[in-house]
Design a protein around this ligand. Structure first.
Ligand SMILES: CC(C)(COP(=O)(O)OP(=O)(O)OC[C@H]1O[C@@H](n2cnc3c(N)ncnc32)[C@H](O)[C@@H]1OP(=O)(O)O)[C@@H](O)C(=O)NCCC(=O)NCCS
Length: 131
């Protein structure tokens, strides 16, 4: 892991917007952590795949913090940007924002850094294209 990302690698628009469904709720009335994690993996994979210009695989979750609960009827926005770039790998920081109360309230609910590796046709690491 070496280079810092360019400013243009940090989008201001969400990569994904999703709404949890009743089946995604746990016994506390909160959304399952595993559901959020999977949405983050999808959002991070979209950004990593764009930068890698091809297939990527998640190799590690460096950090994952559940800051506040996600509730039914929240709208979840996922923002993702390249935090570090290596030879074959990318660390992607993913932030999850919940919008609730009919759009009046926004809260940062989850944040994490996922590492993706660019893959070749043999499912082995491939050098990233030049930045
Ligand atoms: C991804 C995979 C091909 C990497 O293979 P590998 O033999 O570990 O490859 P390498 O040791 O050459 O490492 C490749 C890159 O990943 C990074 N990496 C490997 N393990 C890592 C870890 N645990 N945490 C962070 N980075 C890691 C290395 O630092 C290297 O980065 P760099 O080239 O930018 O320096 C292999 O681990 C794999 O197939 N894993 C399963 C992927 C998967 O199924 N994911 C879930 C579904 S997408």
């Amino acid at each position: 892991m070496t280079d810092k990302p360019a400013e243009s690698d940090c989008p201001r628009d969400p990569i994904l917007r999703v709404v949890p469904r009743p089946a995604d709720i746990n016994a506390n009335g909160h959304i399952f952590g595993g559901w959020v994690l999977s949405q983050m993996d999808i959002a991070g994979g979209i950004v990593a795949g764009r930068v890698a210009q091809g297939a990527v695989a998640t190799v590690a979750i460096e950090t994952m913090e559940f800051i506040a609960p996600i509730l039914l009827r929240d709208i979840i926005s996922l923002y993702a940007h390249v935090e570090r770039r290596g030879r074959t790998s990318l660390a992607i920081r993913i932030e999850v924002i919940a919008t609730r109360d009919g759009g009046r309230t926004e809260e940062r609910v989850t944040e994490g850094v996922f590492t993706f590796v660019a893959l070749d046709e043999n499912h082995r690491p491939r050098a990233l294209p030049p930045a």
